[in-house]
Write a protein that binds this ligand. Structure first.
Ligand code: XMP
Length: 510
């Protein structure tokens, strides 16, 4: 399979670059600049290399640099932003601070004749974000694009197949960014485009058919996209030798547990064990109000419940994990501080007796996992499901978690989701749900005083969930949801809409 290396210098768009390459049906992998040597790059036989952007200036002592030999391998290189400057610096060009002439945002770009800009008009719009620029070109290079204030917006050494662009072709604001990447991959690197999701799914199924023949395989199924796709993929390969354990912690949305069971056990015929552990979880959570403590208890209890099931099943040969590519990438960036301890199934290997781990989706981005899910005929409700946190509704019940509050929340949440679906606005928002607060307030229902819960509706718009904006849902929709919630749920007297972005708020309330 042909491969492109995205050499990561800590830029914020490294994942986006790899995704854009894959959209052109060429497999791309991201490696941090300090975790791969020139010799390894040679061995991997990459068709091309992309240097990512980075937050630094090439003259900073702490800025990431790389072995100059990479430019002599004969493999085409495309440097983007910092990667462009780094390439110029490595080839003995000169970089300078642009001072007040730094460019940020949409900028008019003028291109000259170049294979990289094949099919692109002389004038178009690109997206820039730089404070330094290339003042003196390295020997053998020529300028192939410029802007009104940047004399070298692109450069190349065609003979050596080295290309650099100061702007970001991977972001959609660059009008012809897609075409530029296409030109690099197909015209310059000579790729053929052999990365296709249909062949990926078929290939994995065939591989597992042979590899796991007669083996006992265990998978923790949550009903989320990743574990669902992993489970169905393996089921197609090995049938009943795959045992799926679905822990229903009683913190799921309305009818969700039954839906997961019906889909996987019924429709797909998976060998599924549903563990109804609501009581266990609720009794451990009794009296607990502190968000981090709730998260910790749920994470631990999940492991204990799974451990009990694993003991009943006994030794297995393979444990399946739903790891996807963004979980695997060794990014050049430093560690971010922990805001919330996210709950996942990472600790399962400690409690299951197994020989080997299988991660069928470890090469895929989320949208690719969804594509495989569709190929495997998993229902859209699951494949396009909005993210749902591991600790479930627990992080949406403020204060002590009780069955009463959970049931109210489930109803309110279902009404809100129903109204969004009825208005066909699912695509307008990335994640939407209800929260039940610990705040009671006075209302009037049927001429009588009522004293009930306050429910919050939350909808956010985001690409990556690291930052998010609150979604401007139509007032009429909010009004309908609010009317229905207060009419249909007697113990709710007030509905409010959360208009906080992230940061400073987070998406979930706890
Ligand atoms: P926050 O609240 O951190 O949420 O802004 C960002 C995204 O992560 C989801 N989330 C979780 N996902 N386990 C998960 O798998 C968790 O413990 C967890 N907590 C939050 C949240 O729903 C949002 O999509």
């Amino acid at each position: 399979m042909e491969k492109i290396l995205v050499l990561d210098f800590g830029g914020q768009y490294n994942q986006l670059i790899a995704r854009r390459v894959r959209e052109h049906h060429v497999y791309a992998e991201i490696r941090s600049y300090d975790k791969i040597s020139v010799d390894e790059i040679k061995k991997e036989a990459y068709k091309g290399i992309i240097f990512t952007g980075g937050p630094n200036s090439v003259y900073d002592e702490s800025s990431p640099h790389y072995d100059k030999k990479i430019l002599e391998l004969g493999i085409p290189v495309l440097g983007i932003c910092y990667g462009d400057q780094l390439m110029a610096y490595m080839a003995h060009g000169e970089i300078c601070s642009a001072g007040a002439l730094g460019e940020y945002g949409k900028i008019k770009l003028y291109v000259k004749k170049s294979e990289l800009f094949d099919g692109i008009p002389n004038e178009s719009v690109c997206w820039m974000s730089h404070t330094d620029y290339i003042k003196k070109l390295p020997e053998g290079f020529e300028i192939t694009a410029y802007t009104d204030s940047c004399p070298c917006a692109a450069m190349e050494n065609g003979k050596k197949k080295l290309y650099g662009v100061q702007f970001h072709p991977e972001v959609t604001h660059t009008e012809y960014g897609k075409r530029i990447l296409y030109n690099f991959l197909y015209l310059i690197c000579g790729c053929m485009g052999d990365w296709k999701m249909s062949s990926f799914a078929d290939g994995r199924i065939e591989e597992y058919k042979k590899k796991f023949k007669g083996k006992k395989v265990l998978c923790a199924l949550s009903g989320g996209v990743d574990s669902s796709v992993a489970a169905v993929l393996l089921h197609k390969a090995i049938g009943d030798n795959l045992i799926c354990v679905f822990v229903d912690h009683g913190l799921l949305r309305k009818d969700e547990g039954d839906f997961v069971e019906k889909t996987f056990s019924g429709r797909f015929g998976l060998n599924l064990i549903r563990v109804n552990a609501e009581e266990r979880f609720l009794s451990r959570l009794k009296g607990v109000t502190e968000p981090e403590e709730k998260r910790k208890i749920i994470g631990e209890e999940f492991i204990r419940v799974f451990e009990d099931e694993a003991k009943k099943i006994g030794k297995v040969d393979i444990l399946v994990q739903g790891t996807i590519y963004p979980d695997v990438i060794e990014s050049g960036k430093g560690d971010a501080s922990v805001i919330k301890s996210h709950h996942n199934v990472g600790a399962l290997p400690d409690v299951v007796d197994f020989d080997e781990i299988a991660e069928p989706l470890r090469d895929l981005f989320k949208d690719e996992v969804r594509e495989v899910g569709t190929q495997l005929e998993i229902p859209n409700e699951l494949v396009w499901r909005q993210p749902f946190p591991g600790p479930g509704l627990a992080v949406r019940v403020i204060g002590e978690i009780t069955k009463e509050k959970l049931d109210i929340l489930r109803e309110a949440d279902a009404i809100f989701r129903e109204e969004i679906a009825r208005a066909h606005l699912e695509k307008m928002t990335s994640q939407y749900f209800a929260v039940i607060t610990d705040l009671k307030s006075v209302g009037v229902k049927g001429d009588a005083r009522a004293y009930g819960y306050t429910v919050v509706l939350r909808a956010v718009t985001t690409d990556d969930f690291m930052t998010a904006d609150w979604t401007k849902l139509p007032y009429e929709l909010l009004e309908r949801a609010s009317n229905r919630i207060t009419n249909e749920i007697s113990s709710v007297t007030r509905v409010v809409y959360d208009i906080t972005s992230k940061p400073p708020a987070t998406v979930e309330w706890e």
